[in-house]
Design a binder for this molecule. Structure first.
Ligand SMILES: *Cc1c(COP(=O)(O)O)cnc(C)c1O
Length: 225
């Protein structure tokens, strides 16, 4: 077996081992790295992985070119800071935008989706680490914007996304995943909403995220090394 296959199988086994509801968990293969060549993308597909995550529009477009017609088999997830003026380049085909971090971005996606008659699945990204380098809504601002966000008719708000703080302290990492789950429950209670998805966990911390209820894990580097 070559590397990608071995690693995908390991992650799939870990989902069964660590998740509290393994049948609900989706693996997003993060393909943003330069080492991810066409044969690596094809090996992911051979292993049944058809959901790819990218964090820059330009790099995503390069992948589309690399894949040719095969690009249509992929559910593309956007996971990075999305500039409003780039929404138009992905709105036709994007399967999920995981990184809504401000109201004006949500409104732009809503407007563009409405024009082409699509309803787009999105997640709201929350910055729980307080680190400036991390994208995502400040929690207070998110609560303030919720009433406006849920009015947007062409967005299907499926849940929340976060990145754990940059630390080796497992308790801090676990704490931020727990917190995201609590926020989801609170939003569902207060706003009679039905958020179901929790996108949390990357190569270094996905086992903890699975234990804390992740429904989407976003794995990059681990798949290719
Ligand atoms: C790069 C990236 C990932 C994947 O990170 P790895 O540590 O390579 O698994 C997940 N989520 C986001 C938002 C990313 O930018």
């Amino acid at each position: 077996m070559s590397t990608v296959t071995e690693n995908v199988q390991e992650v799939l086994a870990d989902i069964k081992k660590y998740s509290i509801y393994p049948e609900r968990v989706k693996l997003v293969a993060v393909t943003k790295y330069p080492i991810v060549t066409k044969d690596k993308l094809e090996e992911l597909m051979k292993n049944g992985i058809f959901t790819f995550g990218e964090n820059r529009v330009q790099v995503l477009e390069e992948k589309l070119e690399l894949l040719g017609e095969e690009k249509n088999k992929i559910k593309w997830n956007f996971i990075g800071n999305l500039q409003k003026n780039k929404v138009k380049y992905i709105i036709n085909f994007i399967d999920m935008i995981q990184s809504i971090n401000k109201l004006s971005l949500a409104q732009e996606i809503d407007k563009r989706a409405g024009k082409i008659g699509r309803k787009i699945d999105v997640l709201i990204e929350i910055n729980l680490s307080g680190e400036d380098s991390k994208e995502g809504y400040d929690l207070e601002e998110f609560y303030k914007d919720i009433p406006e966000l849920i009015k947007l008719e062409n967005l299907n708000i499926c849940g929340l996304m976060t990145m754990a703080p940059n630390t080796d302290d497992e308790n801090l990492i676990r704490g931020s995943f727990k917190k995201l789950r609590e926020i989801k429950e609170e939003v569902n209670n207060k706003f009679k909403n039905n958020l179901t998805e929790l996108s949390m966990g990357m190569s270094g911390d996905y086992k903890i995220a699975l234990e804390e209820g992740a429904t989407i894990i976003r794995i990059g580097s681990k798949l290719y090394e």
